[in-house]
Design a protein around this ligand. Structure first.
Ligand SMILES: Nc1ncnc2c1ncn2[C@@H]1O[C@H](COP(=O)(O)OP(=O)(O)O)[C@@H](O)[C@H]1O
Ligand SMILES: [Mg+2]
Length: 259
């Protein structure tokens, strides 16, 4: 009778985890003479923990990360300019609370995406939402949504996540209408939500990226007002790994390189 009633109560209140574990906790409590208050406390926090983990799992899926890698797997000794001290400060996620931005700049393979993903994973674990897309995907998305007349709805959606990651800005030059909507995104999120951005281009060349110096300046002005820039100068980790495996004759690569 009491179990039936309890079962109903848990269902009405949406306490699925408590329903599953209360029996075990109750037995433990009477065996170890745990107080009523302690018992209640344990049960409630087990439910909270369960709900938080479930939400984080859902948010991890919704974030559309290209891969899941934590900051703990990043080798800072290999890449000292990745500034471990700054990354550790960012890891506290106070930048998300303050809606500040993080910019990772540097050549290919130095770990920009890994660090951006690592911060997003850390954020999601701590209850924040994130959304990842490459600049290329963003450009296509903007164009499609202009055509289908859904661009305003899309702009709204992109202002929602606590952390928006825009990866690989700088590989493609943006047309004026795309650059305009990119500015809109940055502007909508200004002091309201964090952006983590990665780019292979230094700020001086962003005029070319956005096809217009004035637009680029307006975008940078908002992005950089409250932000941390991490400028990574070093060797590609991909090449290091291949070198280690003996796949890569780097001297050949360097002599063939045109830049
Ligand atoms: N310092 C590092 N420690 C561990 N893995 C790294 C490091 N730098 C890069 N990687 C790995 O090398 C690959 C390329 O890094 P990535 O973050 O994609 O570089 P970028 O975005 O700068 O081009 C990824 O698999 C990443 O996890
Ligand atoms: Mg990358």
């Amino acid at each position: 009778m009491i179990r039936e009633q309890l079962g109903q109560a848990f269902e009405i209140l949406g306490l699925a985890h408590m329903a599953a574990v209360y029996d075990h906790h109750a037995e433990e409590a009477s065996r170890d003479s745990i107080s009523y208050l302690e018992f209640l406390d344990k049960l409630l926090w087990a439910e909270i923990e369960f709900k938080r983990e479930r939400a984080a799992k859902t948010n991890l899926k919704l974030a559309k990360l290209p891969y899941v890698k934590g900051l703990d797997t990043f080798d800072f000794e290999f890449q000292p300019s990745a500034n471990q001290r700054k990354i550790n400060e960012l890891k506290t996620l106070s930048f998300v609370g303050r809606s500040e931005n993080v910019m990772f700049l540097g050549p290919p393979g130095v770990g920009k995406t890994h660090l951006a993903v690592g911060l997003a994973v850390e954020g999601i674990r701590n209850g924040f939402t994130a959304y990842f897309l490459s600049a290329h995907e963003l450009i296509l998305m903007i164009k499609e949504n202009i055509e289908s007349g859904r661009i305003h709805r899309k702009m709204k959606a992109l202002s929602k996540p606590d952390i928006l990651i825009i990866d690989e800005v700088g590989y493609a030059t943006m047309e004026p209408d795309v650059a305009h909507y990119f500015f809109q995104i940055v502007s909508n999120r200004y002091e309201k939500g964090s952006i983590i951005l990665t780019s292979n281009k230094s700020y001086g060349s962003w005029g070319d990226v956005f096809g217009d110096n004035i637009v680029a300046t307006a975008i940078l002005d908002r992005l950089l007002h409250h932000s941390t820039t991490i400028n990574i100068k070093g060797d590609s980790y991909r090449i290091k790994e291949k070198k280690k495996a003996g796949f890569y004759d780097v001297s050949k690569f360097e002599s063939n390189s045109t830049d």
